[in-house]
Design a protein around this ligand. Structure first.
Ligand SMILES: Nc1ncnc2c1ncn2[C@@H]1O[C@H](COP(=O)(O)OP(=O)(O)OP(=O)(O)O)[C@@H](O)[C@H]1O
Length: 630
């Protein structure tokens, strides 16, 4: 267990959870109860103080009712006494003041506690979530995941607040009332106790029975939230395809389903409110009649009748809060459980228990009998064998959907191989930590992912400790320094959500600058220059040639001109390497690469080339005259 910490201190649990890719999720992510206990224990002292202060405040409120009884008795008794009345009033006022001070202290404590825990929860869940493989994020909408993390922190805060302000006071009122009533008539106390237990048990059972309805609503709400964000994220497509009405109809369906689930959940809560109103009316009526009968018989004083009626009505109102709180807490716990099921599932790609950091050498890549498929029974690769010596630059070409990107993803261990082994510098990927592996690989993807931060921060993302001078040098090397300087705030310009304020080519150059800065022994270029015009591509090609020096390079490309200057070309067809050799040799032959080259040289679109290239290439069509490296 982590040692308890104060409100302002960072929780050590977060540091433990950081960066681990684990096959078994931490215990606190396994159930909503374990989750709640974990965060309470981390700030045990604060939570204990909060509980004590809330208990003391609620006890004061019971004392206030008793003070009222003393005052009434002092005023109305047969030997009414002035000093007793003043003493009773003094006690009454002191208890009111004490109650107010204690409740405000509970507010102060709760604000410190729940806010700090909210920070911990969001950091812990996000950290754990980032350990899931890419496929997890393809299966779960980003918006829905973000919403869940925030809502979970909110749910924990609600659970705390409900416990302090809606559960503790009525429970203590019940206990106080039983003690006071027992002083008048033990049977009155027993009856009140039985009523209280029966009502509470009934409400809990009712709350549990309503769980499926609340869960259905939580699921629908998560899904709809995700869909809404998906629509906003794809606003370009919606405008381009004039799809506003279509999307509206689609969302109408989703909102209607969510509204139906919400209505069911809400109406269930309303029913529970009606039920407990009726029960408590019966209880209040019984107690008041009983106390009046006792008063008529002279068994209790007028002050006792006052305290019975005040306590009963207090319980009546407090119990309503208790009922709502219990139902709400059930809902929050259900939501928490749902989130834990989604976020807290084991990492599909976990670091082996004995995993070591990758030992950087020169960057030799080996595939041994690798079989991999996204769906069972449909392998993309079957027993693939490949040896890439250190420092070799390799172009990977082939038709769309043939497995080029998958191959480079496997090298980064973004997916787990089904069979076989992939090694870098003789170290099996499965035996090294994922973070150290990825630290040794620089990737320039087709769609460079940029944060809505400054250009400087975006480039520095590749190496957080890099100086401004190092970032600028990387930008110069990637031919982006000039365009960055022309941006409104230069390197401090915010790039827009996902870099939308930059052109596709500019984003790619920022991606290349990141690779320069990262300075890793293995470089992966996944369609890295596809968004560049010919002029920019010429510039970036020379930057890339510089970047490739002394590194092992895997370059996926549709445009053959970008790979023809490399040491070696792999032609992939349906997950099989059908040609493998130096580009010049392949171009001179009459295989698929030569055919593709010839078609691209004639200016055919990549897609047309791909359609044609599956046809048997029977004649040598000669080499092209086009191409940067030809
Ligand atoms: N996340 C995924 N889930 C399921 N199948 C996938 C996934 N990603 C890729 N595939 C499938 O795996 C196969 C290989 O895809 P991959 O992206 O590696 O091809 P590619 O050669 O890089 O294609 P392109 O040139 O179009 O980028 C394709 O049939 C594709 O549909």
């Amino acid at each position: 267990m982590n040692k308890p910490v104060g409100a302002g201190e960072p929780s050590p649990g977060r540091a433990d959870a950081a960066m681990a890719f684990t096959a078994t999720p931490p215990a606190y992510l396994r159930s909503s109860l374990a989750f709640a206990i974990h965060y309470v224990r981390q700030r045990a002292l604060l939570f204990l103080s909060l509980a004590l202060v809330a208990t003391a405040a609620s006890s004061c409120s019971v004392g206030v009712q008793y003070g009222m009884k003393l005052l009434v008795d002092a005023l109305s008794g047969s030997q009414a006494s002035h000093s007793a009345a003043w003493w009773a009033l003094g006690l009454f006022l002191a208890l009111i003041a004490g109650e107010a001070v204690l409740w405000r202290s509970s507010g102060w404590l709760a604000a410190r506690t729940t806010i700090a825990v909210g920070v911990d929860i969001r950091l812990d869940l996000l950290t754990y979530m980032t350990g899931h493989p890419i496929r997890y994020f393809q299966d779960n909408l980003a918006g829905a995941l973000g919403h869940r993390i925030t809502a979970t922190a909110g749910a924990f805060g609600l659970l705390t607040n409900r416990s302090v302000w809606d559960v503790a006071p009525p429970v203590i009122n019940f206990v106080g009332a039983i003690i006071i009533f027992a002083a008048f008539d033990i049977w009155m106390a027993v009856t009140l106790g039985l009523f209280a237990v029966a009502i509470t048990a009934g409400l809990i059972l009712f709350g549990i029975r309503g769980r499926p309805l609340h869960r259905a609503y939580a699921e629908q709400a998560g899904r709809v939230g995700g869909e809404l964000i998906d629509v906003i994220t794809n606003i370009w497509a919606i405008k381009a395809f004039s799809a506003q009405n279509r999307e509206r109809e689609r969302l109408t369906g989703a909102f209607t389903a969510e509204a139906r689930a919400q209505r069911r959940s809400w109406m269930y809560t309303e029913t529970s409110r009606v039920l407990h109103d009726v029960l408590l009316l019966i209880m209040a009526g019984t107690m008041l009649i009983w106390s009046l009968v006792l008063w008529e018989r002279g068994a209790i004083s007028a002050g006792d009748v006052v305290v019975v009626s005040a306590m009963t009505f207090r319980i009546l109102h407090g119990s309503r809060d208790l009922a709502l709180a219990l139902v709400d807490m059930t809902q929050q716990l259900t939501y928490l459980g749902e989130t834990l099921k989604i976020v807290g599932q084991p990492h599909a790609i976990a670091d082996a228990p004995q995993a070591r950091p990758f030992h950087r050498k020169e960057g030799r890549i080996t595939f041994r009998d690798v079989t991999f498929g996204y769906t069972a029974g449909r392998p993309v690769y079957r027993r693939l064998n490949l040896e890439i010596p250190a420092g070799q630059t390799v172009g990977i070409v082939g038709p769309s959907g043939t497995g080029k990107s998958t191959l480079v993803h496997l090298v980064q261990r973004l997916h787990e191989v089904d069979e076989g082994v992939i090694l870098i510098d003789g170290q099996p990927l499965a035996g090294i930590t994922q973070d150290s592996l990825r630290a040794a690989i620089a990737v320039v993807p087709q769609e460079v992912s940029l944060f809505h931060r400054s250009v400087m921060e975006n480039i520095r993302f590749a190496r957080p400790g890099a100086t401004d001078a190092a970032v600028t040098a990387a930008a110069r090397a990637a031919y982006c320094h000039d365009f960055i300087c022309n941006l409104p705030d230069g390197y401090e310009t915010l790039v827009g959500e996902r870099g939308t304020k930059l052109s596709g080519g500019q984003r790619q150059r920022v991606g290349i600058a990141r690779a320069f800065l990262k300075d890793a022994p293995v470089l992966i270029l996944d369609e890295a220059t596809s968004a560049l015009d010919t002029q920019s591509e010429m510039e970036v090609q020379s930057a890339l040639s510089e970047l490739m020096r002394d590194r092992t390079v895997l370059a996926v490309a549709h445009r053959l001109s970008t790979v023809v200057g490399l040491d070696r070309i792999l032609v992939l067809m349906d997950g099989t390497i059908v040609e493998d050799g130096p580009p010049d040799e392949l171009r001179r032959g009459n295989g698929i690469f030569a055919h593709m080259w010839s078609l691209q040289a004639k200016g055919l679109a990549v897609e047309e080339v791909e359609r044609n290239e599956t046809a048997k290439v029977s004649t040598d069509r000669g080499g092209p005259t086009l191409g940067l490296h030809a």
